[in-house]
Design a protein around this ligand. Structure first.
Ligand SMILES: C[S@@+](CC[C@H](N)C(=O)[O-])C[C@H]1O[C@@H](n2cnc3c(N)ncnc32)[C@H](O)[C@@H]1O
Length: 240
């Protein structure tokens, strides 16, 4: 497996990245995907998997694949999707490229806080940005810059989708609040200022149409770049 590396990964090595070392990724499904989603954030993996099944296409960019659980279990519309994995850290790229070797994914090491390098490619008909936003440290201009970078890689009729744990505008239990603060102190979460309102504003700034669903402490979202396909977003995203 080869990893195409960008020279612009300036933030590589920020605190929190040790969570994605190879040996820890083996535990990621059990701890994060199964347990934390249900017990802490109260957005079960089945809801997140439905979210992938609703939006994923056959020309897909996965940002921050982690352990690759959702890509491994979701239904692509074709047997041979064109799949690109993008991460700041080479460990998740290697782990997920092996897990998804049946799809022969392309791997790019790059920082989404920077403009995406040309080698990522463009014209993706879907991009997933799932459980990455709450990990990102706030750059001076704000982390909404990521939506600008991802919008540029999207096909005119493409969809961006994902989810994130927020601190404001969502429901926290005493336990989830405690863990949210603990992860912030440890440096694995940087979502102190992340709110539903801020997410609406950021998506509105960069996309023609968007949709947000709050489930427990998590906001799920999907957004379309062009007005002509925006109505499809509204039809497909009825309440569950
Ligand atoms: C919490 S994991 C999310 C894993 C997976 N998407 C999921 O939903 O379970 C965060 C992922 O984002 C990656 N990541 C963090 N900061 C990044 C950045 N600035 N640029 C690209 N990837 C980043 C991490 O290496 C890790 O793979």
């Amino acid at each position: 497996m080869t990893i195409d590396a960008s020279h612009e990964s300036s933030a590589f090595g920020f605190e929190g990245q040790t969570y994605y070392e190879h040996r820890r990724l083996r535990l990621y499904d059990a701890v994060v995907v199964h347990a934390s989603n249900r017990l802490l954030w109260r957005c079960p993996k089945s809801r997140l998997l439905d979210h992938y099944n609703d939006w994923i296409t056959s020309h897909h960019l996965e940002v921050g694949p982690g352990s690759g659980y959702y890509l491994d279990h979701c239904r692509f519309p074709t047997d041979k999707p064109e799949l690109t994995l993008l991460d700041l850290n080479p460990d998740p790229l290697k782990f997920v490229a092996h897990r998804l070797r049946r799809y022969n994914p392309r791997c790019v090491q790059a920082d989404i806080l920077e403009p995406l390098p040309d080698l990522v490619g463009s014209g993706f008909t879907s991009i997933a940005y799932n459980y990455v936003m709450h990990c990102l440290p706030e750059p001076p201009g704000g982390k909404q810059i990521v939506f600008k970078h991802l919008r540029e890689a999207l096909a005119p009729d493409g969809v961006l989708f994902g989810s994130t744990v927020l601190s404001q505008g969502v429901k926290h239990t005493p336990l989830s609040r405690r863990f949210n603060i603990l992860y912030q102190r440890q440096g694995s979460f940087h979502n102190q200022h992340d709110s539903v309102h801020g997410l609406h504003r950021a998506l509105e700034e960069h996309f023609a149409s968007h949709w947000i669903e709050v489930r427990g402490s998590v906001a799920l979202f999907a957004a379309r770049a062009s007005e002509t396909t925006a109505s499809r977003l509204r039809r497909a995203s009825g309440p569950r």
